[in-house]
Write a protein that binds this ligand. Structure first.
Ligand SMILES: O=C(CO)[C@H](O)[C@H](O)COP(=O)(O)O
Ligand SMILES: [Fe+2]
Length: 250
């Protein structure tokens, strides 16, 4: 599978998003990874006390303890680039975001299985209808078996994003134990795009690439580097080498 290197714009200077995006593309990025996070309600007390006629639990609960950007930012960025915008939706109600993101110009729409157990078929259908590429992501605690039905459906997801940190923040430590999921997916689905996200850098890329990941998301290691182009090139060489030799089969 082709290598796709996707800098996470979460680590960019949001006040200069368009120029940061152009810089990443100049440095050799294939995709731009956009992290959409819906914030976290810490006052859970209210979730249990406010009568459900006013507010459902789903309205109160959020997916991650951080709040980032939404469709208006994608729409603004789209005016400045034709690049593939790889949107990673860490939200409790992905279905509500499909049309806004489609209209805003998102290219990929990757939602979490933990937030879509009852409606993933409908999400995939609508993502495709909105002209985007559907993807599914799984948190570290979620078993890989949970995404098989979405890959094997008649309208399948086209990318699986294996989280290698708990979703919510950049700059966390890579979880090597997630590589079992990547190897299992790669052996079962040789031509699936498999993305890894969280803690990827020059010291962890070899393990991710040799396990079978071909789409690499990285924020802090790319934006924090003196020469982001060198880091992107290390990622690409690693993935290309591993894909050529099918290193996960060893
Ligand atoms: O989805 C994410 C966090 O939930 C980010 O894409 C991810 O953390 C990238 O940042 P870094 O490379 O710094 O770990
Ligand atoms: Fe992400």
């Amino acid at each position: 599978m082709e290598a796709k290197i996707a800098p996470s714009m979460l680590s960019s200077d949001f006040s200069n998003l368009a120029s940061e995006a152009h810089y990443m593309l100049q440095c050799g990025a294939d995709w731009l990874h956009m992290d959409i996070m819906d914030g976290y309600v810490t006052m859970l007390f209210f979730a249990f006390t406010i009568p459900s006629c006013f507010c459902s639990m789903n309205d109160m609960m959020h997916f991650v303890p951080n709040l980032t950007i939404g469709a208006p930012v994608i729409q603004s960025l789209r005016k400045h680039t034709t690049a593939y915008l790889d949107c990673h939706l860490m939200v409790t109600n992905p279905l509500d975001y499909v049309e806004p993101f489609g209209k805003a110009g998102a290219s990929g729409f990757t939602f979490h299985i933990e937030a879509s157990k009852d409606n993933w078929k409908e999400i995939i259908r609508r993502v495709k209808a909105a002209g985007m590429r559907p993807g599914v992501s799984l948190k570290p605690g979620t078993s890989v078996d949970e995404v098989y039905p979405l890959i094997e459906d008649e309208e399948p997801v086209q990318i699986v994003l294996v989280m290698t940190v708990e979703p919510g923040f950049g700059g966390q430590k890579f979880m090597p134990e997630m590589m079992d999921k990547v190897r299992t997916l790669r052996k079962k689905y040789p031509s699936l795009d498999i993305e890894v996200d969280g803690g990827l850098g020059p010291s962890t890329i070899e393990l991710a690439a040799s396990s079978g990941a071909n789409c690499i998301v990285a924020g802090s290691s790319i934006f924090g580097a003196k020469e982001p182009a060198e880091v992107i090139s290390i990622f690409r060489k690693s993935v290309e080498g591993a894909q050529q030799n099918k290193q996960w089969q060893r």
